[in-house]
Design a protein around this ligand. Structure first.
Ligand code: TYD
Ligand code: MG
Length: 457
């Protein structure tokens, strides 16, 4: 009898080792190596067919006909934009997110919209029975005749169905439930997830069918078998949002067919997800006018500017170690900006607790939001509100200088559109364009100047 070959695979990062170890050398996590039996011959052969008839020859790049990727568009513009203009046939897309955030809902809605466009659509759920999917579909008001549902977890059977039905769009609801028989480890393990994904990739490419797979995020915030999966698929989208808010954000993290950093905003309603076309209005809806510590920033999310309120609360610290807490912005920016305010503007912030929050549950991660954070902090510290019609944009350097930001015109336009009167932005950004009517653009070189304009001293 042939000897069984086993290996130990880290369930976090996919590191492989011949013997067991307590700590994974790949990602330094403890107790993550699990024994797995190596796939026997058949699976191996399947993966490598060097010298097969389909082996390609190098071609001259100039001889290759360039063609625009045809795209399948859904009725949701927000969704299309995140994908770079629609669904690319033959692409494999991963949608990750916390359980219960609305991934199944989103994909069922997309599936039904495509079926309404007379496309054959197959929705495979490994988590819910067809009955349960039907219940959800009723809630969403799905009545498409061309939408097929299948409750199945065996990849072999799934592949058979796909080749039989030849759908134009496939959803695999949760890659963690799918398994290949040849592999001994449990569904959801790194080997299963990786092998299933690579098989789905082949299915997608060879049939030209776009396949969307759902991936749950582990508590550490990464998709199980994370880095492996992200490398394999064509695009990775994250569906995120706070459980207690009804807004959901679909964010592109990787996209072979478009830019990343695009963001689509949805609202979870009783009857499913509804796209939000004017995010700025929503984010500013509950703004506390005239309250100290609140500013509005024009932040770029991908190619679109959004206006978001940033709030700061600065209060004297009752313990030795002041607290610095930030939600929605990088936790490390806050102490840095406070240090700049202390050193360059002379605000005594070292014995103050600081809480920073981006309203509406959005996450902002570009440096252009620095100035708004700094002004919020100063405004709360001095208990002096900023003007309700001001927008702050700019990156703050360590010497307190305000640095240039990208796409200033678009930011200013968005501000003007929503009725703001002044944009305080880097002086270096002012050259070469003119602001639209009705809005004043004030260039500043340092944080002090910005505070003088914004807080009047
Ligand atoms: P779901 O799509 O099942 O999440 P996931 O697949 O990411 O785990 O979404 C479940 C949540 O969405 C649940 O809390 C109920 C809510 N929901 C609505 O509010 N309206 C709806 O129409 C649907 C279908 C779900
Ligand atoms: Mg689900």
């Amino acid at each position: 009898m042939a000897k069984r070959k086993t290996k130990f695979v880290c369930q976090e990062c996919g590191y492989e080792s011949a013997r067991w170890m307590g700590k994974c050398p790949g990602c330094n996590n403890w107790n993550t190596l699990v024994e797995e039996i190596e796939a026997s011959g058949s699976a191996g052969k399947h993966t490598f067919n060097i010298g097969s008839k389909s082996a390609g020859k190098p071609e001259k790049i100039t001889a290759i006909e360039s063609q625009k990727e045809p795209r399948i568009t859904t009725a949701m513009k927000e969704f299309n934009r995140v994908l770079g203009g629609g669904i690319v046939p033959g692409s494999l897309v991963l949608i990750g997110g916390d359980p219960g955030i609305g991934k199944s809902t989103l994909l069922l809605q997309i599936a039904s919209q495509l079926a309404d466009k007379q496309l054959n659509v197959l929705y495979i759920s490994g988590e819910e029975s067809t009955r349960q999917t039907k219940l959800r579909a009723d809630r969403l008001g799905v009545t498409s005749d061309l939408l097929y549902v299948l409750s199945e977890t065996n990849l072999f059977d799934i592949a058979k169905q796909i080749e039989e039905i030849k759908p134009s769009f496939v959803v695999v609801d949760s890659i963690q439930t799918i398994f290949r028989e040849e592999i001994s480890s449990a569904p959801g393990s790194v080997s299963q997830v990786r092998e299933s994904t690579s098989e789905l990739m082949k299915l997608a490419k060879s049939n030209g069918i776009p396949i969307f797979i759902v991936g749950h995020v582990t508590k550490e915030g990464s998709i199980a078998g994370p880095r492996l999966l992200e490398h394999m698929v064509d695009a990775v989208l994250y569906f995120e949002g706070e459980r207690h808010h009804s807004y959901r954000i679909l964010r592109g993290v990787k996209n072979r067919f478009g830019s990343t950093n695009e963001m689509g905003i949805f609202e979870m309603k009783e009857e499913g997800l509804r796209e939000v076309m004017n995010p700025s209005e929503i984010f500013l809806e509950e703004r506390s006018q005239g309250a100290a510590g609140s500013t509005v920033v024009a932040s770029m999310e991908g190619t679109r500017p959004v206006l978001v309120e940033i709030q700061a609360l600065i209060s004297p610290s009752s313990f030795g170690n002041p607290r610095r807490m930030a939600t929605g912005v990088d936790n490390n920016r806050v102490p840095l900006l406070m240090a700049v305010l202390e050193k360059r503007v002379g605000l005594m912030l070292q014995n103050q607790d600081a809480y920073i929050k981006v309203a509406g549950g959005v996450k902002l991660d570009e440096p252009a939001i620095d100035l708004a954070i700094a002004v919020s902090i100063a405004s709360s510290f001095r208990d002096q509100p900023t003007k309700g019609e001001d927008i702050f944009v700019g990156e703050v350097g360590l010497t307190g200088e305000i640095r240039r930001v990208s796409r200033i015109e678009q930011r200013v336009q968005e501000a003007a559109k929503l009725g703001f009167k002044r944009v305080i932005c880097p002086k270096k950004n002012l050259d070469g364009w003119t602001a639209p009517k009705g809005i004043e653009v004030i260039g500043v070189d340092t944080v002090q100047e910005a505070l003088k304009v914004g807080l009047g001293q």
